[in-house]
Ligand binder design. Structure first.
Ligand code: ADP
Length: 307
């Protein structure tokens, strides 16, 4: 096999994970924010980091982005120290809140940010992807909340990075704005980009993520595709309409929503057989996998995710 001579920079980028935490711990005073966390972001994936408030997601991101140092363990960005400018030039980050200078115009902010990067994304492409066309001359202070957020997210992509870290990118956006932002992210990933995302909209992770990591109390508690996370919880949902339901074996939880009965069970076949055997006059029977949200609640015992 022929080996090409590579510069130290490209050698560091080749054949490695994009970003990695290895046995990382981080404490703030009495709070153990991360405890022995190992996490790898693989090339070309969209990894969603989920967990309830205080789980350690932002701390993990700040370490990967080189904004903080771990107490223990190793952090690598493109195989390098994340504070190394050679690694940082290939990283784009949108923090939870981005302060945009109100007097600057959109194109001035883009000029300012893009000047840091050797091969920035072409301006028209960036504006098009994030629905910012026609706003270039607008002062940032005059943008709507949704437009500001789209600009903040666009800035993460401005330098044509290999990895984009998005910390709750669509918080506060309406459904339509959220979906159009997802399109920009999908397009980037389709072209080979890698994304690490935190979100408190589980349908966002369900729509975008190729892999999900669930954190709780500073540790990783589950990892896999959205389907694997749901399967790991091992429950299915059985829904039907019926005036009343007799006692059924193997039901973990029963909810009622108007006339609809919702059962969670590890064995939906057995539950349906019982409904038939017990002559329950059910209608509109549906059996489906639990949603990511339901799986999340089962794993962490909380529906309060972040924000
Ligand atoms: P998440 O992003 O999942 O909500 P964080 O990483 O922000 O979680 O926080 C993890 C834990 O560390 C929380 O208990 C939080 O209060 C604590 N923490 C985070 N940053 C600091 C800080 N700068 N000072 C003190 N405690 C912090």
């Amino acid at each position: 096999m022929t080996q090409t001579l590579a510069t130290p920079y490209s050698a560091a980028l080749e054949g490695r994970s994009v970003a990695r935490l290895e046995a990382v711990s981080k404490r703030f005073g009495q709070t153990q924010a991360l405890e022995g966390v190992s996490l790898e972001v693989r090339p070309g994936e969209l990894l969603a980091l989920l967990g309830p408030n205080g789980a350690g997601k932002s701390t993990a991101i700040s370490l990967l982005a080189g904004l903080r140092r771990p107490d223990q363990g190793t952090v690598r960005l493109f195989g390098l120290d994340p504070q190394d400018p050679k690694a940082r030039v290939s990283l784009g980050v949108t923090p939870q809140e981005t302060g945009l200078p109100g007097e600057l115009r959109v194109y001035e902010v883009l000029n300012y940010v893009q000047a840091y990067y050797p091969s920035p994304m072409p301006r028209a492409e960036l504006l098009g992807r994030f629905g910012l066309e026609g706003l270039e001359r607008r002062q940032c202070g005059g943008l709507s909340g949704g437009q500001k957020r789209r600009l903040a997210v666009a800035l993460a992509f401005a330098g044509n990075p290999r990895l984009v870290i998005l910390d709750e990118p669509t918080t506060g956006l309406d459904v339509e704005a959220r979906r159009s932002l997802w399109e920009g992210v999908r397009q980037y990933q389709a072209e080979g980009g890698t994304v690490l995302l935190t979100t408190h909209y589980l349908e966002e992770a369900e729509a975008l993520a190729s892999r999900v990591v669930v954190m709780d109390h500073g540790r990783l508690i589950a990892e896999g595709t959205v389907g694997e996370i749901k399967a790991r919880v091992g429950l299915r949902q059985v829904r039907f309409s019926a005036p009343e339901v007799p006692d059924l074996a193997g039901v973990s939880k029963l909810e009622r929503d108007n006339g609809t009965v919702i059962l969670y069970t590890p064995d939906s076949d057995a539950v349906v057989r019982q409904l038939v055997q017990k002559n329950v006059p059910f209608r509109d029977l549906e059996v489906r996998a639990v949603s990511l949200e339901e799986a999340f609640v089962a794993l962490t015992g909380t529906s309060r995710i972040a924000g």
